[in-house]
Design a protein around this ligand. Structure first.
Ligand SMILES: [Fe+2]
Ligand SMILES: [Fe+2]
Length: 289
């Protein structure tokens, strides 16, 4: 059985032992001294953009998710998990990735570039648009965690440098665990709110469209300016960066795992799922990232 199958099959069992606030790893347990900069000398430049952009986006989590806690006020289990486990873990992802960037690309002024990025990012993305019901919002959160789980799984697979591979694996495991939490809460609210498959599908597609928005373009722009002072960041440059990243990412991206995670909230009958998963995975391989 492939490793990713367990993500969905044991999501209830997997959550049983998850305690709020428990952290399996942190910035101090990473073996920073083991970083092999020599293994990165031949790596494509786009790897810097991927890691640095991730550190920026993770670090912004608290700037646009306050309204998520507000939407679930009164459900103490969820708000407590969001505030005590989920948010601290997302912010830790940002801190760890930042430390990696500063350890490897030493001339990159993380603070200054992040400040410029955050100013522009905050103007565009003050707060996330939430779905109209709790059930639909939980489905939407599953899509976000599916995206990050796939991204860091891919990063851990493609990294030529072992510390980055280990960090990305830790983060991917966190994101998969976050997904399991949101999926469990989704199931709970689907029952109480009696949400149909069509409404769930709408929440999933809304979020998929938002994932492909301008967040990473803003990060890429500021990273590019830091590396190429004075040079314009135009459509042609962005397309070139996207092309490089697609070439690097595609062979390592866990398309099937992501498709299974994406379709799980729909609760398709087994026969329909057996047909839908491989077709959707094939389409995803052609269309994304
Ligand atoms: Fe994260
Ligand atoms: Fe997450």
């Amino acid at each position: 059985m492939m490793a990713h199958r367990g993500v969905l099959e044991d999501h209830d069992a997997g959550l049983t032992g998850t305690r709020p606030g428990r952290q399996h790893w942190n910035v101090n347990t990473v073996d920073w001294a083991a970083i092999r900069c020599d293994l990165l000398s031949g790596a494509p430049d786009i790897l810097f953009y991927l890691v640095a952009a991730s550190s920026f986006l993770e670090a912004t989590t608290e700037h646009y998710t306050a309204n998520l806690v507000v939407q679930f006020r009164g459900d103490d289990e969820i708000t407590s998990w969001l505030e005590r486990s989920w948010l601290p873990e997302e912010l830790q992802h940002g801190r760890v990735l930042r430390r990696y960037v500063e350890a490897v690309w030493r001339d990159f002024p993380w603070d200054g570039v992040y400040d410029a990025f955050l100013t522009e990012f905050a103007a565009h993305c003050c707060s996330e648009e939430l779905e109209p019901t709790r059930c639909r919002e939980m489905a939407s959160r599953c899509v976000v965690e599916m995206g990050t789980a796939g991204y860091y799984t891919m990063l851990s697979r493609l990294s030529p440098e072992p510390v980055l591979a280990a960090v990305a694996r830790h983060i991917a495991d966190d994101e998969i665990r976050h997904y399991k939490h949101f999926l469990r809460y989704f199931h709970r609210y689907r029952q109480t709110e009696r949400t149909g498959r069509l409404a769930v599908g709408k929440a999933l597609s809304n979020r998929l469209r938002m994932i492909a928005n301008q967040d990473s373009a803003i990060a890429m722009k500021h990273l590019y300016h830091a590396r190429h002072p004075g040079e314009p960041f135009n459509r042609r440059v962005y397309k070139r960066l996207r092309h490089s990243s697609r070439q690097l990412i595609s062979p390592h991206f866990p398309y099937r795992m992501c498709v299974e995670m994406l379709l799980a909230p729909l609760g398709l009958p087994p026969r329909a799922r057996r047909i839908a998963v491989p077709i959707a995975a094939m389409l995803a391989r052609r269309l994304v990232p």
